[in-house]
Design a protein around this ligand. Structure first.
Ligand code: WQD
Length: 326
């Protein structure tokens, strides 16, 4: 029998898509989530334990009960701006909470972990596409917490024999193709949900942060990666570790950049009308252009993105339309 996988933060945006992909392959899954920023319905048919990664007694007991072979660790706060206003909230949950999770899990005999890391650990990249050998230079507390956990995982490998894959995501976006799960836009600050919200509600217009960047159309270029591709990358990482793979960090992107203007044009084409927007000054800390070097993901994990910006915008638009009309 396949041993089960523990997915922390499995009710969250990327977590829920990964849980669904695991369940679609009949892999047993237990979700651990506080439901602070998510709802139970997102986990669909997986077992849900409502609780905190920092609760060592709880984590140790569920790890002993289920004999998980792997933990996929998503649970974390992810708002870059908030992390600069409340650093302790981010250090406590993302770093200290993770250390507690690791301590409890390794005590219970768990040997493998897939971690939700971020391309933001590279800060403003010196060279694009960004490969995994680039300098780690976080530019926010949020990014610092991800870089710190990457280092913690290295040392837990050395000391405890825990093997792990840090998946450094580029810009996660899109929704499931059947519009069943997606990202709630209530707290969203990211380009795609904010643009669709501006279009579907009579709320505030989108602010385009900077039109004078050294890019073909003057707006920033990012590597948007479909959430179902991210889910598949987690399964590839689980299988890599199960096959004996060593601790490593892997970029997860498409290798293709899209500008803010291209994203807005794509959404306007789907909606049949323009996204209400205003041209605004640059946002502090935004790199002009970043996209992934995808070679390591392909070589080490045997994974590459199946979808591009068209599928991302199409699934996101249909998901938000459905949420908004229901
Ligand atoms: C995308 C582009 C903005 C909003 C974030 C995190 C990063 C990583 C990936 C996870 C930028 C522009 C945005 C708006 C705009 N996540 N924009 N108006 O900043 O590239 O990266 O996701 O670890 O840590 O910071 O994503 O969606 O905020 O911005 O013009 O209202 O859209 O300037 O060029 P970002 P984003």
């Amino acid at each position: 029998m396949t041993a089960s996988t523990l997915v922390t933060g499995g009710a969250g945006y990327i977590g829920a898509h990964t849980v669904r992909a695991l369940r679609a392959q009949d892999r047993p899954v237990v979700v651990l989530d506080t439901l602070e920023l998510s709802t139970a319905d997102a986990v669909i048919d997986a077992e849900l334990v409502v609780g905190d990664i920092a609760d060592e007694a709880l984590v140790e007991s569920i790890c002993r009960d289920h004999e998980f072979d792997t933990i996929v660790h998503f649970a974390a706060y992810k708002n870059v701006g908030e992390s600069m206003a409340q650093p302790s909230k981010y250090y406590r949950n993302n770093v200290d909470g993770t250390v507690r999770l690791l301590d409890a899990a390794t005590r219970a005999g768990v040997e493998r972990l897939v971690f939700s890391s971020s391309c933001s650990v590279y800060g403003t990249p010196e060279i694009v596409p960004v490969d995994e050998s680039q300098r780690i230079a976080p530019e926010s507390v949020y990014a610092e917490t991800k870089a710190t956990v990457d280092r913690v995982l290295h040392w837990y490998g050395v000391v405890h024999g825990l093997r792990s894959v840090s998946l450094r995501y580029f810009n996660a976006a899109g929704a499931s193709f059947d519009s069943r799960i997606g990202e709630d836009w209530t707290y969203a600050l990211n380009l795609i949900p904010v643009a669709i919200r501006a279009l579907l509600t009579d709320g505030t217009p989108l602010q385009v942060y900077g039109t004078d960047y050294p890019t073909p159309d003057g707006t920033c270029v990012r590597d948007y990666i479909h959430v179902d591709d991210l889910a598949a990358a987690h399964i590839a990482a689980i299988d890599y570790l199960a096959a004996g793979g060593d601790t490593t960090a892997v970029n997860v992107g498409t290798g293709v950049g899209s500008s803010v203007k291209e994203v807005l044009d794509g959404i306007a084409a789907l909606a049949g009308r323009p996204v209400p927007h205003e041209l605004a000054p640059r946002r502090a800390g935004d790199p002009s252009t970043t996209y992934a070097d995808t070679a390591k993901a392909r070589d080490v994990l045997g994974w590459e993105a199946k979808y591009g910006i068209d599928e991302i915008l199409d699934t996101a638009f249909r998901w938000h339309q459905r949420q908004h009309s229901s």
